[in-house]
Design a protein around this ligand. Sequence first.
Ligand code: UGA
Length: 434
Amino acid sequence: MRLSVIGCGYLGAVHAAAMASIGHDVVGIDVDAEKVDALSRGLAPFFEPDLQKLLEAGAASGRLHFTTDIAAAAGADVHFLAVGTPQQRGAHAADLTYVDEAVEALIPHLRPGDVVAGKSTVPVGTAARLAPLVEATGAQLAWNPEFLREGWAVKDTIEPDRLVIGVGPDASAAVSALRRVYAPAVAAGTPFIVTDWATAELVKVAANAFLATKISFINAMAEIAEVTGADVTQLADALGHDARIGRRFLGAGIGFGGGCLPKDIRAFAARAEELGRGDSVAFLREVDAINLRRRDRAVELVVEGLGGSVFEKRVTLLGAAFKPYSDDIRDSPALDVAARLRGLGADVTVTDPAALDNARRQHPQLSYVDDRDEAIRGADAIVLVTEWDAYRRELTPEHASTLTDGRVVVDGRNGWDAAGWRAAGWTYLGMGRP
Ligand code: UGA
């Protein structure tokens, strides 16, 4: 099929490349000329495993193109909207400017029978608001939320765990078009859920709200563990054996960040307020508050580990990205902790295998060192904030001891073996662990 993808960020670039890889003819469209130029040359503009390979293959096959010209969407059977919906400045609601602009720009290029499929995460009610504009051209509007995780985006796009298609009345053509788009996944038995617009929009925000709540739940338990001497990691293991609860997303630590979970729960709460149902998701404010408190806690632990003050102490942060296998630093707990320590007068060094260029742009006041061991050399305290393998699995206390005389580690991701660090002579401080 011929597809257009409007917006080529973390979501759209991967979607475009993945759709070309399963045989479609795809044009990716973005207003950012630099990004389009990189993508056109087969270069991934951000770190995402396997994306580079897909871009190269797409370019070689002649089925994948990128442009800044929205007119290139003309002639596509399905047009995916994959633009960002960031948090509004000074408010919790989502900023829909990019979605509105994309739809407006696309309208003149739609033909009767085309399908516009929204993938962006939007407040419930957005599709119903946009539908008349799209339908006036004879095209149909579907909402097809995306559940990919950064770091696994290619796999999640090609082999999703479910496909959700929200449509308006009489939209069977949109459903069959999207069934054809996702034919390989459908043939592999992926659940293909056809529903209305509002449900499709809600599936997305409800999923992220649930995940955020699960993380904040275990982080709340970490706070209780901290005053009782319990160990939240053992608690999570024991809870996780109950199949109804499950161990995934019960990782206590410095909490969630990124371009999705934090802004999505805030936008959901704001939308619920508008709908007169603020009370229904009032708990999301608590989820947000617990999450942010864990960043304070990590800072407290570093201060405690260094004897009550970090002033002029050398603190090395292992990680800058909001999670491993990503260079995304949007609302990164790692950088937030780094900036706060710096604010307290610490001499902060940050290292990360992928995110340093982005981090430098956002926090020029911090020092950055590419090499892990160089970053650790001479540190008074080491803080694990993003659980890359190079830090969590591969850095041993014995090796760290050869790099510095400092003997304090703060494990912001509960990724290390406390006993091992202690046995090697380190003061180990975890999150919700004795
Ligand atoms: C999240 C969802 O998992 C995806 O399904 C969704 O499509 C995406 O948002 C989106 O809306 O686009 P992502 O932001 O890539 O994906 O990251 P996650 O893997 O969900 O991690 C989010 C944050 O939670 C990270 O900062 C991570 O370190 C933290 N986390 C995760 C924990 O603190 N503890 C855990 O146990 C798990």
